[in-house]
Design a protein around this ligand. Structure first.
Ligand code: UDX
Length: 437
């Protein structure tokens, strides 16, 4: 099938590449000429494990092409995916200007029946809005379908190729059949394609992300309480996660959720609720707790250093909002960096993928090191912001020599308390007893 994907950001590129992999003829369209040129030369503009190989194979075998010309890009396409940014607008709801602009541009150039798919996370009612914008100038029949993505960064290719489920919102039988055909190779193992109306599909995406953000936040609050009552959140996680109604995943306490989706989507859902005159009380609490959680280790750092952090060198391990990505959007590291700098600290940071992005945002106000141990040289303390696997079993012998004080502030609970006791570290973590050397 010939398909077009408008927008080659994270979602668009994964969608386009993976549908090429299942044998479709895919054209990716973007207004950014430099990006399109790069992709024509085989350069993938984002870091996502497994994507580059898939991208280049499909490009070289002629199933994946790129253009800045919308009309050329959608020529003969049976399905057009809109994978455009929906940044938070001034009032917190998703800003639809990019999507509606493309909808306006598409109307006059459609020349045959086509299914237009909203892939971006958009507020309830957007499919109808997109449809009305296209209809203003369209002369052919078309359907607008909502097909939210549930991709996790870092495992997006796997999530796309083996989805737990595919959600498709449409009231058109014709569109339903075409979407079913397109997704058939991805759901062979029996995972469902769930059909519903457009509004419910749009809502499903927000409900999924808000639920997961709430689940994490609930555990973060349990962790905060564990610290007060002297319990261990890791044990609580094991104790409740084995209940199949609760499930093992997304129960890890830490320094809050970040990324491009959870913060924006929780905020947008809360905004939608308000617009519909409903006060979604849990969501406001989730946002408030998460805000505080991000910098929760700073007061402890202050306490350790007797209240004054001025002139202290802090080593940071991890800058990305989570492992296996270079994405720093809403990363807890950025909030900690800000507070540490305000307190007069010197920061030496290491991240395997995300340092260049942080440098792009805050410049050289901190030092970026090539490896994790280099960040520890002459550092007064180590703070862990992201659970990259390489931080899980470090060379403590090497660390002991480099760090000025044997103290770790761990925002991701990487180490066992007994091991830290044995190594003679002072060890602060989340929702667990503080180990004092
Ligand atoms: C998320 C959703 O999982 C995905 O379905 C949706 O399409 C986009 O948003 P992503 O933002 O890539 O994906 O990250 P995810 O792996 O879900 O993690 C989100 C945040 O939650 C991260 O900051 C992570 O550190 C945090 N998290 C996750 C926890 O703090 N504890 C956990 O147990 C799980």
């Amino acid at each position: 099938m010939k398909i077009a994907v408008i927008g080659t950001g994270y979602v668009g590129l994964v969608t386009g590449t993976c549908f090429a992999e299942t044998g479709n003829q895919v054209t990716c369209v973007d207004i950014d000429e430099k990006k399109i040129e790069k992709m024509r030369n085989g350069i993938v503009p984002i870091y996502e494990p497994g994507l580059e190989d898939l991208f280049n194979r499909n490009k070289n075998e002629g199933r994946l092409s790129f253009t800045t010309n919308l009309q050329e890009g959608i020529k003969d396409a049976k399905i057009i995916f809109l994978a455009l940014p929906t940044p938070p607008g001034e009032n917190g709801s998703a800003d639809l200007k990019y999507i509606l602009k493309v909808a306006d541009d598409l109307g006059p150039i459609l020349d045959q029946y086509v299914v237009i798919v909203d892939k971006s996370t958009v507020p309830v009612g957007t499919a109808e809005l997109v449809s009305s914008h296209i209809a203003k100038n369209a002369t052919v029949e078309f359907d607008v379908v909502s097909n939210p993505e549930f991709l996790r960064e870092g495992v997006a290719v796997e999530d796309f190729m083996k989805p737990d489920r595919v959600v498709i919102g449409t009231s058109s039988e014709k569109a339903k059949n075409m979407m079913n055909k397109l997704y058939a190779p991805l759901v062979r193992q029996g995972n469902p394609v769930i059909f519903m109306d457009e509004r419910s599909a749009e809502m499903t995406k927000y409900a999924a992300n808000a639920f997961l953000a709430t689940k994490i936040t609930f555990m973060n609050e349990i962790a905060n309480l564990c610290e007060k009552v002297g319990a261990n959140v890791d044990d609580i996680r094991r104790g409740i996660g084995t209940d199949s109604r609760i499930g093992k995943r997304f129960l890890f306490a830490g320094i809050g959720y970040g990324g491009s989706c959870f913060p924006k989507d929780v905020q947008a859902l809360e905004k939608t609720s308000k617009e519909f005159d409903y006060e979604f009380k849990i969501l406001q609490a989730v946002m408030d707790v998460n805000e505080d959680q991000k910098t929760k280790l700073i007061p402890r750092l202050k306490e350790y250093f007797g209240g004054d952090l001025k002139g202290k060198t802090i080593a940071l391990w991890g800058l990305a909002f989570k492992p296996y990505t270079d994405d720093i959007r809403e990363a807890p590291s950025l909030y900690n960096i800000k507070e540490l700098l305000e307190a007069g600290c010197i920061i030496k940071a290491y991240d395997p993928e995300a340092a260049a992005n942080v440098k792009g945002v805050i410049g050289d106000v901190i030092t970026y090191t090539k490896g994790p141990y280099e960040a520890l040289k002459e550092a007064d303390a180590l703070m862990i912001m992201t659970e990259w696997p390489q931080f899980r079993t470090p060379e403590f012998d090497v660390m002991n020599v480099l760090l000025k004080n044997k103290v770790i502030f761990d925002g991701r609970n990487l180490y066992e308390l007994d091991a830290m006791k044995e190594l003679g570290y002072t060890y602060y973590s989340i929702g667990r007893e503080t180990v004092k050397a």
